[in-house]
Design a protein around this ligand. Structure first.
Ligand code: GDP
Ligand code: FE
Ligand code: FE
Ligand code: FE
Length: 188
């Protein structure tokens, strides 16, 4: 599947602003791929589909997780904002027969990260955080870091997210900590 075909499939499932975010994530992810020697074709598809399930309602997302889908049931104990990645990957596999693990894992883990992320996972995770439409505090520093080093960018994005969630007294999903622990000790 090509970039334009993937985006055309995604578009009807998103609001206009979310679609525009998705296009910027694809563009950013392609640039990060070129810099880091990743497989551009996979990165493009993963980036195009990363928020595919963003507008499914909470009840539908919950039903998918409760089905025998192999999705982590522990997600249900955390904020529903964390559900669209894993469920999106599952639906995209079913509907479009995308079976590439690299692509599916990048969609699954784009919100939380995890331990031992692949190059494709890191790129989609970071592109989602730094795409030019993002405005949150600290994003400019993460952008600068991302173009210097993918691992440094991921580390800073995770650190910011964890600090932000802690300041809001929000629970933090364990995979987010596992990702942080990986990057904090890594050569950056
Ligand atoms: P989006 O789908 O493009 O808006 O971006 P994401 O999928 O990356 O993130 C959605 C939301 O999940 C953001 O507001 C993050 O702050 C939040 N988030 C990321 N990691 C965690 C976590 O471990 N726990 C909780 N509660 N929220 C998180
Ligand atoms: Fe998302
Ligand atoms: Fe993200
Ligand atoms: Fe996104």
């Amino acid at each position: 599947m090509e970039r334009s075909e993937a985006l055309a499939k995604v578009k009807p499932h998103l609001k206009q602003e979310r679609y525009e975010h998705t296009v910027r994530v694809v563009d950013t992810a392609v640039k990060l791929s070129e810099l880091n020697g990743a497989e551009k074709e996979k990165v493009e598809i993963a980036a195009a589909f990363h928020d595919y399930a963003k507008y499914r309602d909470k009840e539908e997302l919950e039903r998918w997780i409760l089905k025998e889908t192999g999705l982590s049931k522990d997600l249900l104990q955390y904020h529903h904002e964390l559900w669209h990645g894993p469920v999106g990957a599952y639906i995209v596999k079913l509907e479009y027969n995308i079976t590439d693990k690299e692509i599916l894992n990048a969609i699954t883990f784009h919100t939380t990260g995890r331990k031992n992320m692949s190059l494709t996972e890191k790129i989609v995770f970071l592109a989602d955080y730094i795409e030019p439409g993002r405005k949150f505090p600290g994003v400019e520093e993460v952008r600068d870091a991302a173009w210097k080093s993918l691992n440094l960018g991921c580390y800073m994005a995770l650190k910011n997210t964890i600090q932000f969630l802690m300041s809001k007294k929000q629970p933090i999903y364990p995979d987010t900590f596992h990702a942080y622990n990986d990057f904090v000790t890594m050569e950056k």
